[in-house]
Write a protein that binds this ligand. Structure first.
Ligand SMILES: *Cc1c(COP(=O)(O)O)cnc(C)c1O
Length: 466
């Protein structure tokens, strides 16, 4: 057997250990961070480790790593496992292509382009559209901002920033917006955070008022980042109404669908993105709602010229054969680029668009189950809304931060908390499409049982209220 054959056997053994462990202990035993280096041997040494020890160490590391695919993990905007996507990602590792040229990536280029063109069709972009696979949703937002900046001030690419460009997003948008404004040379103080309504959606009238004021002060409105699925509440900004304004003032409209943009696959929920075809760019993360392994992020542009104008650079040592349509490095941020497309393609190919639709709809069904449970139980207070897979609530008025941390420290379930306006609450994300109704009901059961046997939790809140 060659080395790789042997290691793949080892891989399979380790995967069995992991899957058995996930079944036995859906929440990994937590290692206190200040005891980490004393608990597992993570040291790197002059001499290598012999095979048997290596195997048992690896198995230790696997067992003690937080488990994101189990039915008690609700902490993040990803979870579960789509096995056909995992297959694709493992193959991508074996192939180890880099996506910059056709010479090196061959058919993988076509795989990426097929996903991009199908996605463009789904959102109603026309023949000039195209896109790329950035490293994530934050990078997608960044690329959109750079295109917007260059479209408004083309000379900026040569001379640097010289104009007072202003960008807009809502108070509930992703934090990458503020970092990106600084990276792009626009500056964090030149972002306007537009107020949201009681459901966390950007208020278009407030946006227009702000634009008018900026114009009066000599600012140049340049870019608007609308969110399709805000990070906390899962709210959708009203794209159609926002597009009326961005078109009127010639502002680049980017729709950040990192979290919930995958509703493009659902007949039932795609109306949440109404007007998206009027945007200049749109991004979504297949590693969130569609359940591919991290990371798998796609940005689409209505006019591919803009992607080229901001991101292409000649490099004779790299681009030696084939046309620009096949040399994808001409439209990417980085040079060497991991093949994030294959895992999405193996999933899509094997389940079809209908299968992807089912994955998306399932998450809304699970959210409805959670919402119904909360609404029918007076011990709970609900803070989120319909048409969202972020279900936000508090239980028996217990301080949500204390409760979340206690649930995590006692390995009961992994869930996070969030805030909207004055409220802080637990945020249950029903994004794991492998879950069933029982898993959602079980979440509430383990939470309630834990609270019942942990009276200190209720005291904390009483003390605060005094
Ligand atoms: C997750 C998320 C992002 C960031 O995506 P990464 O892939 O984690 O960089 C951006 N915007 C929204 C709305 C998100 O939910």
């Amino acid at each position: 057997m060659t080395a790789i054959n042997k290691d793949l056997v080892l891989f399979n053994e380790l995967v069995e250990v992991l899957i058995a462990e996930e079944f036995e202990n859906p929440v990994a035993e937590r290692i206190d961070s200040n005891k980490l280096y004393d608990s597992i041997d993570l040291s790197l040494n002059d001499d290598g480790m012999i095979d048997d020890e290596f195997k048992s160490l690896l198995s230790n590391v696997l067992v003690s790593t937080p488990k994101t695919a189990t039915n008690l993990f609700f902490n993040q905007l990803f979870g579960g496992r789509q096995s056909k996507a995992i297959l694709g990602d493992l193959l991508a590792v074996m192939l180890n292509n880099s996506m910059y040229t056709y010479k090196v990536a061959g058919p993988q280029v076509g795989i990426e382009q097929e996903i991009i063109s199908q996605s463009c069709n789904l959102i109603g972009y026309g023949a000039k559209s195209n896109g790329t696979f950035p490293t994530g949703g934050s990078m997608s937002n960044y690329m959109a901002l750079v295109m917007a900046r260059d479209a408004k001030d083309p000379m900026c690419r040569l001379n640097g920033m010289s104009k007072p460009l202003i960008v807009y997003t809502s108070k509930e948008s992703h934090y990458s917006n503020s970092k990106n404004a600084s990276f792009a040379g626009i500056g964090r103080n030149n972002i306007r955070y537009i107020k949201t309504d009681s459901k966390g959606m950007m208020i278009p009238e407030q946006l227009e008022e702000q634009i008018i004021e900026d114009l009066k002060n000599g600012g140049i409105p340049t870019y608007l980042n609308a969110t399709a699925g805000t990070t906390v509440l899962g709210a959708f900004d009203p794209i159609d109404k926002i597009a009326d304004i961005t078109e009127k003032y010639a502002i680049w409209l980017h729709v950040d669908g990192a979290y919930c943009g995958s509703v493009i696959f659902s007949e039932k929920y795609k109306h949440l993105l109404k007007g998206v075809e009027r945007s200049n760019s749109f991004s979504y993360n297949a590693h969130k709602m569609l359940g591919t392994p991290l990371t798998c992020s796609i940005i689409l542009v209505n006019d591919k010229k803009q992607l080229h104008e901001s991101f292409s650079n000649d490099a004779d040592y790299l681009y030696q054969t084939d046309g620009d349509d096949f040399n994808l490095g001409k439209t990417s941020f980085q040079c060497g680029r991991r093949n994030d497309a294959l895992k999405f393609w193996t999933l899509w190919k094997s389940v079809g668009k209908n299968g992807l639709e089912h994955i998306v709809d399932k998450q809304f069904n699970l959210a409805t189950i959670a919402l119904d449970y909360i609404r029918s139980n007076p011990d709970y207070t609900l803070y989120s809304f319909d048409d969202s897979i972020s279900v936000c609530f508090n239980y028996k008025n217990i301080d949500p931060t204390t409760l979340c941390n206690a649930l995590y420290e006692h390995q009961v379930t992994v869930v996070g908390f969030g805030s909207f306006k004055e409220d802080t609450f637990i945020r249950l994300v029903t994004i794991n499409a492998n879950n069933e109704k029982e898993d959602i009901l079980n979440f509430f059961k383990v939470l309630e049982e834990f609270v019942a046997k942990t009276p200190e939790l209720r005291k904390v809140k009483e003390v605060i209220e005094l």
